[in-house]
Design a protein around this ligand. Structure first.
Ligand SMILES: Cc1cc2nc3c(=O)[nH]c(=O)nc-3n(C[C@H](O)[C@H](O)[C@H](O)COP(=O)(O)OP(=O)(O)OC[C@H]3O[C@@H](n4cnc5c(N)ncnc54)[C@H](O)[C@@H]3O)c2cc1C
Length: 262
């Protein structure tokens, strides 16, 4: 269900004109958070916007009880959130998400991220590092969109950046660089979060190569508690091809790629 806390904002960094990193003091959440989980954030005490906004956990500092998240300003909710200042209290429910990233030991891992989908992958890579071989492939639109390069380098054994236009790193899509390494590095497990076309492509590739894969679906979500059913995703391979749904907030946001139709 997640805990409801009023957490003090202790870190605020503007990473890009429209991207902010926040750290909140929330020991209770830090103690139990798992990679892939998210927070539901109430951005204002006013009626509008009424619904909490879901944002993934980017980093957990258990020692200091700090939970960090990174968000892009998209609309009114994230705009209001970005105006919070150090010392402000933020009403947060978390950690949420029943489907979380599996942490394996002694595996050759590939982590694929795209755009603002890279944020939840940091806590994942951090938890895998020193347990498994962590190969990270991040794709961005262009140089201006590249974020967290140094942070990801610290938690990976191999790290690759691609940009669609070649203005930074390797020109092309990150999935193509990952694909090149599959045989050579004998990749045994894949994780991904990013735009839907990237997730579709990695789902297909993982099925074709018979490599287990978990994807995080950051589909639009309203209540975040499994009540409104606004975040339905079709289940794959159901009996008699019956149409069945699963829900990002209740069952995800992380799913086995094979288990959902996207
Ligand atoms: C499980 C989960 C985890 C997420 N984690 C992050 C994160 O770590 N960092 C981050 O920046 N964002 C994340 N998002 C997306 C984030 O929740 C939305 O961008 C935010 O709720 C938008 O709120 P708003 O009021 O600013 O915009 P709104 O006014 O609600 O929407 C403005 C526009 O933003 C777009 N939008 C809204 N929600 C989404 C969405 N879920 N996916 C794509 N586009 C959307 C739509 O095009 C919409 O027109 C996550 C979403 C989910 C479901």
């Amino acid at each position: 269900m997640g805990l409801n806390v009023k957490a003090k904002l202790v870190i605020k960094e503007q990473l890009k004109p429209d991207i902010f990193k926040f750290g909140i003091s929330a020991k209770e959440i830090a103690n139990i958070a798992k990679p892939g989980q998210f927070l539901e954030i109430r951005v204002t005490d006013n009626i509008v916007p009424f619904l909490r906004r879901p944002i993934s956990i980017y980093n957990v500092d258990k020692q200091n009880g700090i939970v960090e998240f990174i968000f892009q300003v998209k609309g009114n909710g994230t705009k209001i959130l970005s105006s919070k200042n150090i010392g402000d209290e933020i009403d947060i429910v978390g950690p949420l998400g029943n489907g979380t990233f599996n942490i394996y030991e002694n595996k050759k891992i590939a982590i694929l991220g795209g755009g603002i989908g890279v944020f939840p992958l940091h806590e994942l890579a951090k938890n895998l590092k020193d347990k498994s071989e962590v190969n990270v492939y991040l794709g961005f639109k262009n140089k201006d969109a590249v974020v967290l390069e140094d942070e990801f380098k610290k938690v990976s054994d191999k790290f690759v950046i691609t940009t669609d236009d070649g203005s930074y790193g390797i020109k092309g899509f990150a999935i193509n660089e990952l694909e090149k390494d599959i045989e050579e590095k004998k990749i045994e497990y894949i994780y991904a979060c990013g735009p839907l076309p990237m997730l579709k492509a990695i789902r297909n590739l993982s099925i074709e190569k018979n490599i287990p894969c978990q994807i995080s679906l950051e589909e639009k979500m309203a209540c975040g508690l499994g009540v409104c059913l606004g975040c339905a995703v079709k289940k794959a391979n159901t009996e008699n091809d019956k149409t069945e749904y699963t829900y990002v907030c209740r069952n995800g946001p992380v799913f086995n790629a094979k288990s959902v139709e996207i």
